[in-house]
Design a protein around this ligand. Structure first.
Ligand code: G1P
Length: 290
């Protein structure tokens, strides 16, 4: 079985739900406590053993590429001011040279199209997909849990989580068959079904391990929900030929692509940050007392 070494991070989305902030800052660069959302997602992937990151970007997303590069001027200034600790922290977060690729999705044609834009770099290896506006807090991280499961099952694995029935129209929803612990075999999946027509209440969270054959299906995938080329539709087709498993991870997810989800992430990450938690609690209590 080939190791999962590469991950695709689609970051071309416009971020319309977090405007006006996302007008000139990529939504993936919005900070949660002290680092941008995308840093948490890269850390989750690194912890899971990912060696190469493929960012599918778009116009006005250059800040992401700059963030993962060295900042010589800043480093020199910090050195001059004897800020060794901050300097070490910046250096430790730098990716291994050559371990990140950036490709552009020229038009917002959908998640499936974004993943397909990474096909040449992925080649014939299994790969992970992490949607970078979704943070998953877990120890080990969500992708690491999925990779452990994958080492036994092979095939394709999608992270899923139970949601209230009135929210099924916002997500990809899976149709589970036989269940074994956290893993279920899948019969099907559907993107953003109408309320009352969903096959289950298990939503696709935004973490995937996929076989490279998905790329061939994406090449001729017709538009689906919302008029976009959907990854969910291509996965539903691949399911006819390959094993697909849903994995109910241990942890909690935060959708930082909408205002309340973003606020939830900041509150929860601050309240568990060893250095900030006491101060953060006092801030929230004061705000609630008003
Ligand atoms: C995408 C996927 C969907 C998934 C969701 C998770 O939808 O298409 O299947 O459930 O991410 O956040 P989007 O949020 O891009 O509309």
């Amino acid at each position: 079985m080939k190791k999962v070494r590469k991950a695709v991070l689609p970051v071309a989305g416009l971020g319309t739900r977090v405007l006006p902030a996302s007008k000139s800052i990529p939504k993936e660069m919005l900070p949660v406590v002290d680092r941008p959302v995308v840093q948490y997602v890269v850390d989750e992937a690194r912890e899971a053993g990912i060696e190469h990151f493929v960012f599918v970007t778009g116009r006005a997303k250059g800040a992401i590429e700059d963030y993962f590069d060295r900042a010589f001027e800043l480093e020199l200034t910090l050195q001059g001011k004897n800020k060794a600790e901050v300097l070490d922290m910046l250096k430790a977060a730098l990716p291994v040279p050559g371990s990140m690729s950036f490709v552009r999705q020229q038009a917002p044609l959908g998640l499936g199209h974004a993943i397909w834009c990474a096909r040449d770099i992925i080649g014939d290896e299994p790969f992970a997909v992490l949607l970078p506006d979704v943070l998953v807090k877990g120890a080990p991280g969500c992708l690491a849990q999925m990779i452990s499961a994958y080492e036994n099952t092979g095939g394709n694995i999608i992270a899923v989580d139970n949601i209230p029935p009135e929210e099924v129209n916002k997500y990809g929803i899976i149709d589970p068959a036989a269940r074994d612990g956290r893993l279920s075999r899948m019969r099907g999946m559907v993107e953003k079904p109408a309320i009352g027509e969903a096959p289950s209440t298990l939503k696709i969270t935004g973490r995937y391990i996929l076989q490279p054959e998905i790329m061939t299906l994406l090449a001729d995938q017709a538009s689906g929900a919302g008029g976009e080329i959907q990854l969910t539709d291509a996965m539903a087709r691949l399911m006819k030929d390959q094993d697909f498993f849903a994995y109910e991870y241990e942890g909690e997810d935060y959708d930082c692509g909408n205002k309340l989800g973003y606020l939830r992430a900041i509150a929860n990450f601050a309240l568990t940050d060893p250095e900030m938690k006491d101060g953060a609690r006092a801030v929230f209590e004061q705000a609630l007392a008003k």
